[in-house]
Design a protein around this ligand. Structure first.
Ligand SMILES: C[S@@+](CC[C@H](N)C(=O)[O-])C[C@H]1O[C@@H](n2cnc3c(N)ncnc32)[C@H](O)[C@@H]1O
Length: 211
């Protein structure tokens, strides 16, 4: 499937909805009628887990925090790691970041990011990349919404942050692989992620380990 086909499917089948608890932002999100299974069937090789189609507790908390505390990003150059649908990146752009780079490894997330940036009328620098291979970016702050859902990805993200030596803000509902010993909790929010009752999610500072 080409990126144009993916974007057309998302535009036609994933309705635009206000984000729960974040009415400032609207996103294309999966609904019962979306038929993501049809999209997966058309692209058996390329279709992975459609994380970009759902709300994640960590991203919801981090986006809410950024919009409530725009000084955390205003005027800065920001990288949103594993950006998914773009919720956190869009929040940073709306809060006044000077530049927002949104990186994801999944080409479907890249298609969703393009549509959602246009929908919210914010400029995003959208890049397809794997965190494992990513060069340290020229940014002031790294944002990571809900990236600690497996030990392997958590280790990859921590190694990347240590390679960068740049402060990060992390949104996460205390998933098992969250590296708590490296984090300082700065806020917590009650959020509604897809398919779940209200749950609590933290926002954490990951201080840069400078060489
Ligand atoms: C649980 S979703 C969170 C999305 C978004 N940050 C949010 O909070 O709404 C995780 C995202 O990380 C991306 N991802 C997973 N492993 C990755 C990797 N190694 N490199 C880049 N992106 C990755 C997935 O494609 C997915 O979009």
């Amino acid at each position: 499937m080409t990126s144009t086909d993916a974007a057309s499917f998302i535009r036609d089948h994933l309705p635009v909805m206000p984000v729960p608890g974040i009415p400032e932002i609207r996103l294309h999100k999966a609904a019962p009628s979306s038929g993501l299974g049809r999209l997966a069937a058309r692209d058996a090789q390329g279709f992975g887990a459609p994380y970009w189609a759902h709300y994640w507790a960590g991203g919801l908390a981090l986006a809410r925090h950024i919009l409530d505390h725009p000084d955390t990003v205003a005027g800065g150059r920001i990288l949103d790691l594993g950006a998914g649908s773009g919720l956190v990146a869009i929040a940073a752009a709306k809060a006044g970041a000077a530049q927002v780079i949104a990186v994801d490894a999944d080409p479907y997330a890249i298609a969703a990011l393009g549509l959602n940036a246009a929908l919210n009328a914010v400029p995003l620098d959208i890049r397809t990349d794997d965190v494992a291979d990513l060069e340290p970016p020229d940014v002031d702050l790294i944002l990571a919404g809900d990236l600690f859902y497996s030990d392997e990805l958590a280790a990859t993200v921590v190694a990347f942050l240590d390679r960068c030596g740049i402060d990060a803000l992390i949104g996460d509902p205390w998933r098992r692989s969250l590296p708590l010993s490296r984090l300082r909790e700065i806020a917590r929010y009650d959020v509604r992620e897809s398919g779940s009752a209200t749950k609590s999610s933290g926002v954490f500072h990951f201080p840069a380990r400078r060489a």
